[in-house]
Write a protein that binds this ligand. Structure first.
Ligand code: PAF
Length: 289
């Protein structure tokens, strides 16, 4: 595995790879790897000839009150984990490589960046879209790998790829979970032990929602009320939002049908956790009498 910090150097290596007709899979990350990241790397290794992983804690996607400074960083640990997954190139740019002095250009994917998490994290998805566009222009991958846990990030980046004609495929990989159902996240390490014990209620509530929807409950209000009540009764988590929306357009659904995303954000102490499930409900067939 090569660790590369310069854009010029990375482009030189990747141009040679492309000239040989090889395909490139790209996994953008902010490091502090867990099984979720590793599953993206494994998928990229399976699908493409060369797997590039970037590690960059992007200041532009953190709000002034957020955890940019204390976001966990451990390059030694990350590089040894990536090496074990046979990652070909680890791209680790520094701040001045990514945002040079006088930097002016940002990407705003309208509307869908403002909803759900966007309501509470103004500017977050502008930061995400900007850094991912920059990384895509540097790496030029054939396939971009994203995790389903960040469902809104997936919707925003898919819209950006479509609208700005990035010549690549986006592949979304299922959320990796701890044995008790908690979605893996670099932020789980902030959880106090009591909160860590309670946090799996989020996935239990989402699974219960899936069962209810599958067995015929299509009222978004009832599903949301059930999730809120489970979280309130079974934990000390403070709900930021619970939403039922269309998976791609993120439009709110009153009646659940089609591609449904049920997503939530809940605080346990100071730690904000997000999770979601996607449910596909086929339109009911009209029976002729
Ligand atoms: O999901 C993340 O870790 C980040 O938002 C990403 C996509 C690497 C952009 O900084």
């Amino acid at each position: 595995m090569r660790i590369i910090t310069s854009i010029t150097q990375l482009r030189k290596v990747l141009n040679q790879v492309r000239r040989k007709g090889k395909t490139i899979g790209f996994v953008p990350t902010m490091g502090y790897f867990h099984e979720g990241h590793l599953s993206l790397m494994r998928q990229a290794k399976r699908d493409t000839d060369l797997c590039v992983v970037s590690i960059y804690v992007n200041p532009a996607q953190f709000g002034p009150q957020e955890d940019f400074k204390k976001y966990p960083r451990d390059l030694k640990r990350d590089s040894s984990m990536a090496r074990k997954e046979n990652v070909d190139i680890l791209f680790v740019p520094s701040d001045n490589v990514i945002y040079s002095e006088g930097y002016l250009t940002y990407i705003d994917v309208e509307k869908i960046s403002q909803w759900l998490c966007g309501r509470f994290r103004p500017g977050h998805f502008k930061g995400v879209a900007t850094i991912v566009a920059k990384l895509l222009n540097i790496v030029w991958p054939d396939v971009l790998y994203l995790g389903q846990k960040d469902a809104q990030q997936v919707a925003v980046l898919k819209a950006m790829v479509r609208d700005l004609n990035f010549p690549l495929k986006v592949k979304v990989v299922a959320t990796k979970r701890e044995a008790d159902g908690l979605a893996m996240s670099s932020r789980n390490k902030y959880l106090l032990s009591d909160h860590r014990r309670q946090a799996p209620v989020l996935y239990r509530a989402l699974q219960q929602a899936r069962r209810m929807v599958k067995s015929g409950e299509h009222s978004s209000a009832k599903i949301k009320a059930m999730i809120q009540s489970m979280i309130k009764h079974q934990s000390s988590g403070k709900i930021q939002y619970v939403a039922c929306v269309h998976t791609d357009t993120l439009q709110e659904l009153k009646t659940l049908e089609g591609k449904i995303l049920i997503a939530l954000a809940v605080f346990f102490g100071k730690t904000r956790l997000i999770d979601n499930v996607v449910i596909r409900l086929h339109a009911r067939k009209q029976h002729k009498s």
